[in-house]
Design a protein around this ligand. Structure first.
Ligand code: RAM
Length: 343
């Protein structure tokens, strides 16, 4: 009897260990078959990215899945490539990439695709050959046009303006800047002079020093456009610390929670954004749709995204497809108090 009990115990121990080994090796079943969905953001320490990831996790969990959230320490493609390789080994069902580079991830994403993992990008796209579709937070051209209109308004129609971006490889930033340049080329903006595009790499300290560099090099600068939440918050601090409200104006894309102070003190009279939690949440429904095969990423396909409602996959400006969350929202002194605790 004692022998029998020992045998049963040994057997259950072996089964438990085998189970653990399977979980560690796979995390789920073969790519495409499981319910584990990965999200790789640009870098750690970005509150905007943290909100996207929280929305993604909530969307996956409410559908009964498991979310794996990853971000490298620095916003480089190399660091993301290593992470994607690890996720291939974990055999996740889908992979959402917020690309640190448009093209550089293609080989590793192709490897992931060949392993059966459904790949799509979100926020900052990877090239169409590397993805099934892209989750875009707002119409890219509209963002470019809106930010130029804001700069024109804040500059009073003429003067020097500069852009403070994230990394020079970030495809979302570069697309928005391309549209800004196209808009600035129109005759009505002849009085605006874009003197520099600076790169703060979505790192707080670098964004601060790049802002200081702009102020030093261009003493007549009238407007800084920062289409990055990290950059705009850093620039808001520099302008406020130096008491430059009313002399150099700031606008761009910012988180209400980080920018309320600078909107209230006049450093940034107004700015734009969308709900980053919803961007991630929409991504969660793209993940499960692609994995279940209810969508494949083709133009015209429709799907339901939980509390956000119905979406249609459309053509993206880069020739691939995308899912558009919605229009950008304007924040100013009249509404910032209502939004600063939301995101
Ligand atoms: C930064 C990131 C992100 C961008 C937002 C607006 O946090 O660069 O990719 O979409 O700003």
């Amino acid at each position: 009897m004692k022998n029998m009990t020992q045998k049963v115990l040994l057997l259950s121990l072996i089964m438990t260990l085998t189970g653990f080994a399977a979980v560690f090796a796979g995390g789920t079943q073969a790519g495409g078959g499981g319910n584990v969905h990965a999200f790789v953001f640009k870098s750690t320490g970005n509150p905007y990215g943290e909100r996207q990831m929280s929305g993604f996790e909530a969307g996956i969990k409410e559908q009964g899945g498991t979310a794996i959230l990853r971000a490298p320490d620095l916003p480089t493609a190399e660091a993301q490539i290593q992470m994607v390789d690890q996720l291939i080994a974990q055999r996740v069902a889908s992979l959402c990439i917020v690309g640190n580079d448009f093209d550089a991830l293609q080989p590793v994403l192709t490897k992931a695709k060949n392993a059966g993992i459904k790949i799509y990008s979100l926020d900052s796209s990877v090239n169409p050959a590397s993805r099934l579709t892209h989750v875009n937070q707002a119409d890219s051209e509209k963002i470019g046009i809106t930010l130029v209109e804001a700069a024109y308004d804040l500059a009073g129609g003429s003067g020097e303006i500069a852009i403070l971006s994230a990394t020079s490889q970030a495809s979302n930033q570069n697309l928005w800047i391309d549209y800004m340049r196209k808009e600035l080329a129109k005759p009505q903006y002849a009085g605006l002079n874009l003197v520099k595009v600076a790169y703060g790499d979505d790192l707080r300290d670098k964004s601060v020093s790049e802002t200081e560099g702009l102020l030093l090099s261009y003493p007549n600068l009238k407007v800084i456009i920062a289409p990055t939440t990290v950059g705009i918050a850093a620039a808001g601090k520099v302008l406020s610390d130096r008491g430059l409200q009313g002399k150099v104006y700031l606008t761009g894309l910012g988180l209400p929670s980080e920018m309320a102070e600078y909107i209230d003190n006049g450093a940034c009279p107004y700015m734009y954004l969308w709900n980053p939690i919803d961007v991630g949440y929409l991504g969660a429904y793209v993940a499960t749709g692609l994995t279940a095969g209810t969508i494949t990423g083709k133009e015209g396909e429709k799907f339901s995204a939980g509390r956000l409602g119905e979406y249609t996959i459309t053509k993206a400006p880069d020739g691939g497809t995308e899912v558009l969350l919605g229009p950008p929202f304007k924040f100013d002194k009249s509404n910032i108090a209502d939004w600063k605790s939301v995101y």
